[in-house]
Design a binder for this molecule. Structure first.
Ligand SMILES: C[S@@+](CC[C@H](N)C(=O)[O-])C[C@H]1O[C@@H](n2cnc3c(N)ncnc32)[C@H](O)[C@@H]1O
Length: 260
């Protein structure tokens, strides 16, 4: 059977087609349906990703608390979390940087008394295109904190989570958004909220929307930052039109709801 599948794929590829949709294994899809949306809830995702606790043995005391980012103190996070109510079990964030928005969402979950929901932070921690354009920009290139030519901002993120005491809530997934989406799709994961704030290039944002749009639980939302960026706005409008959905705005965030 695998041989036949690879033959079909090879033939399709030969004629210019690629298989775009990830086939969710039947067992994962059944588990997702049975659990009301998420085959792997937050704790299961942490266990499946990290054999060892990512915070264990990490000394955060040498770092100041510095979650400086963009759009991370928005009132939209608390409002959207409130809209999801007690059913909210998982938030996926694409583009975390130093953790500003993830920590804001963690605070909002605390305020709602939601102890079960986890936040999965997907980021390469290598910066986006605009981070590599100006070597004199302290908030982007400078904050990447290159060590021997390789960014180390991940450790500032980790330290911020520890300073805020949110280690049990926040799980890092250091990966590209594309690969992380495949990982989640293969396990039948569905999230009540998915925050898109990774690359701001039109093609990348559109690809994130296509990949993560399918991972939103029924009644959930995909939302994001930077509506004023042309690339973001055009990608969101294109995706919403194709899905026959409307884009609404909550504070500074764009939001697309998935019907229940
Ligand atoms: C604008 S910052 C995120 C800001 C953050 N949400 C905050 O509150 O400050 C964008 C982040 O997306 C990450 N990123 C860009 N492209 C990515 C990709 N293809 N996959 C994973 N992460 C990516 C960058 O490393 C960067 O940390």
């Amino acid at each position: 059977m695998p041989k036949l599948q690879s033959l079909v794929k090879a033939l399709a590829y030969r004629f210019g087609y690629t298989i775009k949709k990830v086939q969710v294994p039947a067992a994962a899809a059944r588990a997702a349906a049975a659990s009301g949306g998420s085959a792997l809830a937050a704790a299961g995702i942490r266990a499946a990703l990290h054999k060892n606790d990512p915070y264990a043995g990490f000394d955060h005391t040498g770092f100041d608390f510095d979650p400086a980012g963009w759009g991370s103190e928005s009132a939209a996070f608390a409002e959207l979390i409130r809209e999801q109510g007690d059913a909210l079990e998982l938030i996926v964030e694409v583009g975390t940087w130093k953790g500003g928005s993830a920590l804001e969402m963690a605070r909002a979950l605390d305020a709602e008394g939601n102890t079960k929901a986890g936040i999965l932070c997907i980021d390469t921690w290598l910066g986006a295109l605009e981070f590599w354009g100006d070597l004199d920009d302290p908030s982007r290139y400078g904050a990447l904190e290159l060590k021997n030519g390789y960014p180390s901002v991940y450790y500032q993120f980790l330290a911020n989570v520890c300073h805020a005491g949110q280690q049990s809530r926040i799980t890092p997934f250091p990966q590209t958004s594309a690969t992380a989406a495949l990982w989640l799709a293969q396990r039948g994961v569905r999230a009540g909220l998915i925050y898109i704030d990774g690359s701001h290039e039109e093609g990348d944002v559109y690809a994130d929307l296509v990949a993560y749009g399918d991972l939103v639980a029924e009644g959930g939302k995909i939302f994001g930052d930077d509506w004023t960026w042309d690339g973001v706005r055009m990608a969101v409008q294109r995706y919403a039109k194709e899905q026959n959905r409307t884009v609404r705005h909550v504070a500074d965030k764009w939001v697309i709801d998935r019907p229940a």
